[in-house]
Design a binder for this molecule. Structure first.
Ligand SMILES: O=C(O)C(=O)C[C@]1(C(=O)O)C=C[C@@H](O)C=C1
Length: 310
């Protein structure tokens, strides 16, 4: 069989790269950097990639809204893309500067950094450090943390700094001015692994699932829209999950973009698989189709969080 192709948000040395390398480490997959999450979704839809590894939420900073918007798929661009697994990556951020620009290191830092670069998700993960040392310093969102490191590596005149990983520092040849600048030592990002449901070669999951010594529950992600003027429409939809024994674990919303203040709901639910509940997801979907305006099954996969993560 030809090598598996795995799309991720590049350039090389992003956290997404790290997650893809770890999740597919044993498969000698070809890792394909993409300039955006949208490009990675498109690669799976068009089957130029077999899988994509996409961040969906962070334990400190919450949901990755760009990913929810792509899953919302308002224009029907990614009809065949579904979640088939997940991967948890502990995320440690560093403050990176152009090589040799601060020879006395953090201890001798003189407050001269004038601009910070990182992926929008990273700001909220390093809030305490940034408010303490970089209050009022200009922040520029860039496409990924590794892109931020690359920018700083090429900088000549400016005094910029990037927030990215130690791996990115080594890859782009920049200095680590300070490490572990994240607010919480347990800062973790959950990545979704996507596949195209029409692709036969990924019907059998290639990713290494964590060796679990507990009965792993199965997670399911479903999106739906409801009639906002009908009292109880959301309650009716949620009761269907309860009726079929699916435990709701998270609810997210994004604007429908059809009418202001109307939403697409994303519901994640879990069940410990048994013979009795093996059809629960399809029953829930049938039930939802009766009480929602639209609804979409975004996939079912094995829970990869360890019991200690709760
Ligand atoms: O910018 C990167 O390195 C990414 O892979 C993206 C991303 C994210 O969007 O959550 C991944 C993990 C970290 O939470 C920060 C950024």
């Amino acid at each position: 069989m030809a090598r598996l192709r795995v799309a991720f948000l590049g350039p090389a040395a992003s956290f997404s790269h790290q997650a893809a390398a770890e999740a597919f480490g044993k498969t000698s997959a070809e890792l394909q950097p993409c300039v955006s999450f949208a490009e990675a979704f498109a690669a799976v839809q068009q089957q130029t990639a077999d899988y994509a590894v996409i961040p969906c939420e962070n334990s400190t900073n919450g949901s990755v809204v760009q990913t929810l918007d792509l899953l919302a798929d308002r224009n029907g661009l990614y009809n065949d893309v579904k979640v088939c697994s997940e991967y948890y990556l502990t995320v440690h951020h560093c403050l990176l500067v152009h090589k040799g620009s601060f020879p006395s290191g953090w201890a001798g830092y003189d407050g001269s950094i004038t601009k910070l670069y990182t992926h929008p998700q990273a700001w909220g993960q390093c809030d305490t450090f940034l408010s303490r040392y970089f209050k009022g310093v200009e922040r520029q969102d860039v496409s990924s943390t590794s892109k931020a490191a690359e920018i700083v590596s090429k900088e000549t005149a400016e005094r910029g700094a990037a927030i990215a990983s130690r791996f990115a520092a080594e890859h782009h040849g920049v200095d680590v001015l300070q490490e572990n600048i994240e607010d919480r030592a347990d800062n973790t990002t959950r990545f979704l692994i996507l596949r195209n449901v029409l692709a036969e070669r990924t019907a059998q999951l290639a990713v290494e699932q964590a060796a679990t010594n507990f009965a792993a529950s199965h997670k399911t992600l479903i999106s739906f829209t409801i009639n906002h003027s009908s009292p109880g429409a959301l309650a009716d939809a949620l009761l269907i999950f309860k009726a079929h024994g699916l435990n709701l674990t998270s609810i997210n919303t994004r604007p429908s973009l059809k009418r202001a203040w109307q939403y697409i709901f994303f519901v994640e639910c879990a069940r410990t698989p048994t013979d009795e509940n093996k059809d629960a997801v399809s029953k829930v979907l049938t039930g939802l189709r009766n009480v929602t305006e639209s609804c979409r099954d975004l996939g079912t996969w094995e829970d990869q969080s360890s019991p200690s993560r709760g």
